[in-house]
Ligand binder design. Structure first.
Ligand code: AMP
Ligand code: MG
Length: 287
């Protein structure tokens, strides 16, 4: 196994427990040297450069076991403001593994049909199937973040959701889903730069929404909402990681390592053959 460059295990360096969101340094690189070249090299090594890159290898083992009756799966929940890099993580990190083993779901403004159901309805049906690496680009947490910040439901309604979410995630974990929740936290300055780039580049206009600018005025309310999310829904069965995301190289490396850690806890091996290998070899020679 490749040697680690982390001074502390990534799970310890980034665990949201005790994090003060309003004071969070989004430009920090906890547990890793602030060295973009080294970080990017490390990520490339884990994702693409080896004969069997670590993440893709673990994901394939998960998939192979799923095909052999193992009911376990892994779910990465990605939360973060616009431009925080959720899409880049999906493209670069998740994009390095076999797409047939990925169950990807993005959650936007609820559709008319979704609004007729409980807010967890659309989420439950997108939970990863056995053997799959699930990715949520936004999630049920929008129902205690954007919904709260914009008073879309009264406080007594969103307040009850924290306990409900914990129960939902506990049941999912008990059914065999290893949950990894990542909040990509960027500074307002970095977000301005990224929004500016979206305006500068015609190929990025489709990603821009004028409401992204309005959201910037609500940063304090979002910080308060994220604080409660961390305080009330960071659990052993569904931990939150607060990932500083001003440096894209760091966020991508961190999420890669968090996924490798989560897959590692499953102690996956290749499923044993359900046939006699030698016998099949002989048959093949004769065929
Ligand atoms: P994007 O991720 O840029 O495609 O935008 C999706 C938008 O959907 C974001 O502005 C989210 O805040 C919004 N959204 C996601 N879930 C909900 C929800 N449950 N209620 C209201 N808005 C939501
Ligand atoms: Mg957007």
């Amino acid at each position: 196994m490749a040697k680690t460059n982390w001074s502390v295990p990534v799970t310890e360096a980034l665990r949201a427990e005790g994090v003060q969101v309003a004071e969070f340094d989004a430009s920090a690189t906890p547990g890793f040297r602030p060295d973009k070249k080294l970080g990017a090299k490390k990520t490339a090594e884990l994702l693409i450069e080896q004969r069997r890159p670590v993440l893709a290898d673990l994901q394939e083992k998960l998939y192979a076991n799923g095909r052999s009756g193992d009911s376990r799966s892994v779910l990465l929940v990605l939360q973060g403001m616009d431009t925080s890099g959720k899409g880049g993580i999906v493209r670069h990190v998740i994009g390095s593994v076999d797409p047939q083993g990925v169950d990807h779901a993005a959650f936007g403004v609820p559709t008319a049909e979704e609004r007729r159901h409980h807010y967890l309805w659309r989420v439950r049906r997108q939970l990863p199937r056995p053997g799959q690496l699930g990715v949520f680009d936004r999630s049920h947490y929008e129902d205690v973040l954007v919904v709260r910040v914009h008073d879309m439901v009264p406080p007594e309604v969103w307040r009850k959701r924290f306990a409900e979410i914990n129960t939902f995630e506990r049941k999912a974990a008990e059914s065999g889903i290893t949950i990894v929740k990542v909040a990509l936290l960027i500074s307002l300055e970095e977000q301005r730069k990224r929004l500016e780039q979206r305006l500068d580049r015609p190929e990025k206009h489709w990603k821009f929404s004028p409401s992204d600018i309005d959201e910037r005025a609500h940063v304090a309310a979002y910080q308060e909402a994220y604080q409660e999310v961390f305080d009330l829904t960071d659990t052993e069965y569904a931990p939150w990681y607060a990932v500083p995301a001003d440096s894209k190289w760091y966020a991508r490396l961190a999420v890669t390592e968090l996924l490798i850690d989560a897959l590692g806890t499953l102690k996956l091996d290749w499923p044993a053959a359900h046939f006699d290998v030698e016998e099949q070899r002989k048959r093949l020679r004769k065929s």
